[in-house]
Design a protein around this ligand. Structure first.
Ligand SMILES: N[C@@H](CCC[C@H](N)C(=O)O)C(=O)O
Length: 279
């Protein structure tokens, strides 16, 4: 099976072009194997680039390192867009890509025939508690108390197609991310588990984020998470609608647009190498 390793600000996945390769018999098991950083390729998960069954240019299927499938992946979608363009599946500067959160439009900045940066319309955030889904109080739950591993946090929950729990903190330390990430991910208040963002506000237009991802643990970046942070910052009155988010692997530009209610996310997409995975 031919694969390509790609990364978006350090959030790295193994990508398989299912326009050419057969859809894997057991994608969950394959995700676990390829993601292993010692015995596999090494990645935060597996992304399958498939023909769309809804008339889009391609369909992204995304599996975390633990084999669970997610509805959406913001950094992954930029890389899918780059792959679809650069590998000639559709050589257009604007693409429509199918995800578990509907068909999303992406705009590519192309230099010397290759996509370098991608702007994704991430769609409208989902704010109703039962659709996020969460049992936290409030709809949307903004600045509400959550207890995990014996500690109380003030959190805001948002779905960008996948669930996020945003926590604004004075310092996003190892103690918080590594000590509480998994406990919050698996809290009974989130029936489908949750991605967790620990966020420092640097100014009304600038934040720093660390991410504990559902199914993959700490990653260098999370695009849906950065989008959820943009929304949570506005809902909780901490930040403006346009922010720069500094993640461990690099920066993303975000805007929660007042006119259409959609979140726009811009950042790089990079191809690292290709190889063959034994079947
Ligand atoms: N890193 C991704 C999100 C990947 C999926 C997430 N772990 C989930 O289970 O929802 C991103 O860039 O959005």
């Amino acid at each position: 099976m031919r694969f390509t390793k790609m990364q978006g600000i350090g959030n790295d996945y193994v990508y398989v072009n299912c326009f050419q390769e057969p859809f894997p018999r057991d994608p969950a098991e394959l995700a676990k194997q390829v993601s292993d950083r010692h015995f596999g390729v090494g990645s935060d998960g597996l992304i399958l680039i498939c023909p769309s069954n809804q008339g889009a240019d391609a369909w992204m299927r995304m599996f975390n390192a633990d084999g669970s499938e997610s509805e959406m992946c913001g950094n992954g979608l930029r890389c899918v867009a780059k792959y679809v363009h650069d590998h000639g599946i559709k050589k257009s500067p604007q693409l429509r890509l199918q995800t578990g959160n509907g068909i999303l439009t992406v705009d590519l900045e192309v230099k010397n025939g290759k996509a370098e940066r991608v702007r994704v319309n991430m769609g409208k955030p989902i704010l109703e508690a039962e659709k996020i889904p969460t049992k936290l109080v409030g709809s949307p739950p903004v600045n509400v108390t959550l207890e995990a591993n014996g500690r109380q946090f003030e959190v805001t929950a948002v779905s960008m197609g996948n669930p996020h729990c945003v926590i604004f903190v004075p310092a996003a330390t190892d103690e918080l991310v590594l000590g509480f990430g998994r406990h919050i991910e698996t809290s009974p208040l989130f029936p489908k588990r949750v991605n967790v963002e620990f966020v420092e506000v640097l100014s009304r237009g600038e934040v720093r984020q660390r991410t504990w991802e559902r199914g993959s643990g700490e990653t260098l970046a999370c695009g849906t998470g950065a989008s959820a942070v943009c929304v949570a910052g506005v809902l909780s009155g901490r930040t403006d609608r346009r922010i720069v988010n500094h993640l461990l692997g690099g920066d993303l530009e975000l805007e929660w647009n007042e006119q259409d209610g959609c979140v726009y996310k811009t950042g790089p997409a990079v191809e690292v190498f290709s190889g063959d995975w034994p079947e």
